[in-house]
Design a protein around this ligand. Structure first.
Ligand code: F6R
Ligand code: MG
Ligand code: MG
Length: 389
């Protein structure tokens, strides 16, 4: 019996310029990217594709047989972004080419600006997937929902009821500052998982595997543009792919954590905390104070590599109250203006333009006699120093 071929789903996104500030992708840039992917499909490089947007981020959803991190697929995405950026420049769109940090492609888009989530699997007879795309926030925004989907029985009934989920899941957690990862197992190491991913600016849930058979269950883009570029270049609006049903959490269990509009980092100038609002795609456009941060969920069935769909999953009145709560939280937290905890803490502000403003004050400080210098732990090194090497 011949083995069933593996299908790869690649979601690669970039902000290559948008309309009316950092607001929304222009349809002509979508058309430019679509043309490139359609050519690749006709040549057989990819099986299927869907080009879309979440706010100001252009999203390329592709299926193929080349596996994750395939140079030819990454090059294809890069070329699609380049063509779209060309159109963005012609139209004078805002921040045209923003996320394309390099002029030249070098085999993999990772580290060049775009965000990447990819997974490879043998399709089940029916293969439902959910693709999450967020705008005005960072990859760690998915930490809380991913934990709840795959480790919290109060969210996912299947963890208790379904024997296929009952053994739990493994979490690969990526440390964006050190470029290293650790794999921990839920439920046994649940507290250790939370101890790390409760710091979403640094520790990001990158992949989740079903413990029973090591099947890939979820993947999140972990690129942090500011860390790559060493300066503020927009927020690292993340994407994620989650497999659903028949031995994985149900679609409803996957969407459920988003009924709580938790606070995430991002929003205006990538420098503020705000509620993550789940929205249908037509509302994935950030206006108020460039936000509040949004997340869209598109559901597909994958059949022999074909993408059937999408279903716009947050287009449901059942999320109306969540959206209303998010508005109330937005009102409340906005009233803090430039004060923490609305504005991010100093360790995160290092990657914004605030240090340039503070620079001019550095010679104005005078040492106060007799006052000792406090030994404050440094955010990025504190865990290393306390033995987490
Ligand atoms: C947040 C974002 C926007 C911009 C803001 C200022 O991710 O993209 O909030 O940071 O509109 O943009 P510039 O500096 O381009 O004027
Ligand atoms: Mg933008
Ligand atoms: Mg964006």
């Amino acid at each position: 019996m011949s083995e069933k071929p593996k299908t790869t789903v690649s979601v690669i996104k970039a902000d290559i310029g948008s309309l009316a500030g950092h607001h929304i992708v222009h349809p002509d840039t979508i058309a430019a990217a679509t043309k490139i992917l359609a050519e690749a499909k006709s040549k057989g490089l990819i099986i299927d594709f869907y080009v879309t947007n979440a706010g100001d981020d252009l999203q390329l959803i592709m299926t193929h047989r080349k596996g994750v991190d395939a140079p030819e697929i990454h090059e294809l995405a890069w070329n699609a972004f380049k063509e779209a950026a060309k159109v963005a420049k012609e139209l004078g769109l805002y921040a045209a080419g923003q996320d394309l940090l390099s002029d030249a492609f070098s085999g993999n888009v990772r580290g060049l600006g775009p965000g990447v989530a990819e997974m490879e699997f043998v399709e089940r007879p029916a293969e439902p997937i959910v693709i999450f795309m967020a705008d005005k926030t960072e990859p760690g925004a998915f930490n809380l929902p991913m934990f709840r989907i795959f480790a919290d029985p109060f969210n996912t009934a299947g963890l208790i009821i379904d024997p296929r989920l009952h053994d739990g899941f493994k979490f690969e957690i990526f440390d964006v500052f050190e470029g290293r990862s650790v794999t921990l197992s839920a439920p046994e190491e649940m507290y250790d998982i939370i101890a790390l991913i409760g710091t979403p600016a640094r520790y990001i849930v990158r992949r989740i595997y079903r413990k029973k058979d090591n099947e890939i269950a979820a993947v999140v883009s972990v690129e942090r543009l500011n860390l790559i570029a060493g300066r503020y270049v927009g927020k690292d609006d993340p994407v994620a792919i989650v497999r659903a049903q028949s031995g994985f959490p149900a679609v409803g269990e996957i969407l459920e954590p988003f009924a709580f509009p938790h606070l995430v980092a991002g929003w205006m100038r990538g420098s503020h905390h705000g509620p993550l609002m789940p929205v249908p795609q037509r509302y994935a456009k950030c206006t108020r104070f460039d936000g509040p941060p949004r997340v869209v969920a598109l559901g597909f069935q994958v059949k022999n590599g074909r993408l059937i769909g999408p279903a716009d999953l947050f287009d449901d009145v059942a999320f109306d109250e969540t959206r209303r709560t998010a508005q109330l939280i937005a009102d409340y937290i906005r009233r803090h203006g430039p004060f923490m905890p609305h504005r991010l803490g100093p360790e995160e502000m290092e990657y914004t333009t605030l240090p340039q403003v503070l620079e001019k004050l550095k010679d104005r400080f005078i040492k106060v006699k007799g006052e000792p210098k406090a030994k404050a732990p440094k955010f990025r090194t504190e865990l290393l120093e306390s033995g987490h090497e």
